[in-house]
Write a protein that binds this ligand. Structure first.
Ligand SMILES: [Zn+2]
Ligand SMILES: [Zn+2]
Length: 76
């Protein structure tokens, strides 16, 4: 399955995390490890916390719905 890049308007790229077509940042496809930027964020930057919490990395998409940082867990 070769990757065709002749048509820049509709590149035939598929995100290897979610399997859906990559269109928006197709020019940065390799930079984001062949993923959507959002998929890259949740895979590598967001960490192990609930994806619905905003994380410490800049530009976390979860900030839209959850602008409040996750409360610190009490120490055991
Ligand atoms: Zn994706
Ligand atoms: Zn995040």
């Amino acid at each position: 399955m070769g990757r065709m890049r002749q048509n820049a308007a509709m590149p035939d790229l598929t995100c290897r995390r979610c399997g859906r077509p990559v269109e928006r940042f197709a020019d940065q496809f390799d930079l984001f490890e062949q993923m959507h930027w959002v998929c890259f964020h949740y895979e590598f930057e967001h960490g192990d916390i609930d994806p619905d919490w905003v994380c410490a990395a800049g530009g976390c998409p979860s900030a839209v719905h959850s602008p409040t940082p996750r409360p610190e867990k009490p120490r055991d």
